[in-house]
Design a protein around this ligand. Sequence first.
Ligand SMILES: C[S@@+](CC[C@H](N)C(=O)[O-])C[C@H]1O[C@@H](n2cnc3c(N)ncnc32)[C@H](O)[C@@H]1O
Length: 368
Amino acid sequence: MDDLDTIAAQLGEDLINKILANESIDEISTALQLGAPIWYQNAAEGISPLHAAAYARNHDLVKLLINEGAVWNAVDYLKNTAGDIALSFNDETIYKEIRDAGIRSELLLGLLEKKSSSDSFRLILCAEDTTASGSSDAFLNSRLKYTVDENGQDICVLNVEGQDIGVMMGWERNIMNETVHRLCDQHPNATNLKILNIGFGLGIVDNFFQSLPHPPAEHFIIEAHPDVLNFMRERGWYDRKGVRILEGRWQDFVESPELLNSGGFDVIYTDTFSEDYNALRQFFEHLPDLLADGESSFSFFNGLGATNAFFYDIYTRISELHLADVGLDVNWSDVDVGFDDREGRWGETREYFSLPIYRLPVGKMKSM
Ligand SMILES: C[S@@+](CC[C@H](N)C(=O)[O-])C[C@H]1O[C@@H](n2cnc3c(N)ncnc32)[C@H](O)[C@@H]1O
């Protein structure tokens, strides 16, 4: 550590201790003006001034720190954000203050990102991931393995740096089943649906669409990965009545006459892999052109940030705001996905959803 680092660390430790000791807002403001670093995370627990203010349950101080540029998404050594701390105290006011700061910051970043021509950065969750789990090109060039794990669960996995990562796993059946029913059951055209699904994976959602009391009149599936397309071929999906498989990325087809001149879809679902939130948001922008009418419904796999309740809440709300921007109202319902550790859902694979509740979105074009 050089001298400057040592001074910053001392000032930072001091600031956090002052906050935990409930010193006055004036004292804290003065410490900040004298150069105490608001971004500092202490050596003992990795907590930031914002974590400390959430522990101290001091709403005014939380506001002040956010205005001064506190890092809303810093995680301590236990992987908790300041928002998680507020949640653990059931402190709704402080929780919302930090959550709204996160939403504002992510929306702003989203705007900046949209303005820049590259797909360069993301703030959280998958900063610069160039492996097959975070880069579409690397994913589409990787080999996938379809197998049954030690608990009898169907899985489709890829191996990244020695670890298996689930592209799709059988435990999500419940989510897919519920999604299909929420999208289709009440649809006035339920006997004659025209469906678009993006991302076949294990084919769980597509099997549920096909098992509806009235199988879809037209069922388009866009799938990009060659191994998945082979799996679909082996399972006879190319010969199914009413099924049209478009081989490639959704980005290759979304503006094609095949989709745009088809009169619109009653139901659209998307669940891809290795794409970030920015890609999903780009897909949202095509929905007004792809949905047939105000009765049509849309859903997506809402899995972003799903290893942390606070991040999950932020992404859920951001997606709702972005869908509102393109003219869709969203209804959310909860699907219980809690499980007993002994079920061994993850086997040897990396965990990507650790919350007990899945928030299922169904969007429809707002009525004028
Ligand atoms: C999570 S799986 C879908 C699981 C599916 N919902 C199910 O019920 O089994 C994601 C799928 O999206 C495909 N995929 C990834 N990026 C894509 C893209 N840009 N366009 C189309 N398909 C894509 C992957 O190859 C994979 O088959």
